[in-house]
Design a protein around this ligand. Structure first.
Ligand code: ZN
Length: 239
């Protein structure tokens, strides 16, 4: 299995790690800063720097079938390192940081729109959530004003862990119906935007809401009788 360093420190950009295996499926390290695809957030991109001065482009990171081992997917045609070799795994930080900001903005969007979430994804500086908003009227400009007001409070964003039993006793914490929090490991990670939002999440977030900067609501679309898709984008990047 791979030690997922991004879970405790989303700001860590690189790590020196040992190659445990490298095959057609991908490259496995003993530890990584690369977020593996999940919960609507894409896998990280970046490079592995090798001892001989060469480097390998990594285009994605995914979980293996055991959900504990992370496979780093090299660009087509790359020669993988040998097992036992040491590499420096370095993120495409600009991309990751835009994802952290957009992802954190989506948490605040669920505070603005307190409806069940049925789906969502985080892209490069943009993201979307689908809400079962019933008969409520969602107005783009109003959502954008309220979202930016929450961002501007510069609230602390922090993680804490609770037991599966504690989560089961508080089902109201789970806003996202389509992505069940990963229970079974005995504990679940909660992301708290202090005073504003609390929900289970395994993704990467910024430390304070002010880091998100201004966000735009770029679309509110009908996805069904009671379902609305809300798209947001960071003002300085993304769609
Ligand atoms: Zn999250």
């Amino acid at each position: 299995m791979t030690e997922p360093l991004f879970r405790e420190d989303s700001y860590r950009r690189e790590v020196e790690a040992r190659v445990l295996a490298a095959g057609a499926n991908g490259i496995v390290l003993d530890a990584t800063v690369f977020y593996a695809r999940g919960g609507g957030q894409s896998g990280d991109r970046g490079r592995f720097l090798l001892a001989d001065g060469s480097s390998i482009e990594i285009v994605d990171a995914v979980y293996d079938a055991d959900r504990r081992t992370i496979l780093h997917i090299p660009a087509a045609g790359a020669t993988p390192p040998a097992a036992g070799e040491s590499v420096v795994a370095r993120l495409d930080w600009d991309l990751r940081y835009r994802r952290m900001r957009a992802h954190s903005a989506l948490h605040l969007l669920t505070a603005v729109l307190p409806y069940p979430v049925t789906g969502g994804s985080v892209g490069d500086g943009e993201g979307r959530l689908d809400f079962d908003s019933g008969e409520a009227v969602l107005e783009r400009g109003d959502i954008e004003r309220r979202l930016n007001a929450l961002i501007a409070t510069d609230a602390e964003i922090r993680a804490r862990w609770i037991g599966d039993d504690e989560l089961a006793a508080n089902p109201g914490l789970v806003k996202t119906l389509s992505v069940k929090p990963p229970t079974g490991a005995g504990r679940v990670r909660l992301i708290e935007i202090v005073g504003l939002d609390l929900q289970p999440c395994g993704g990467t977030h910024v430390a304070r809401s002010g880091e998100i900067g201004r966000a735009r609501v770029v679309g509110v679309e009908k996805k069904g009788k009671i379902n609305r898709r809300v798209r947001i984008a960071l003002d300085d990047g993304g769609a």
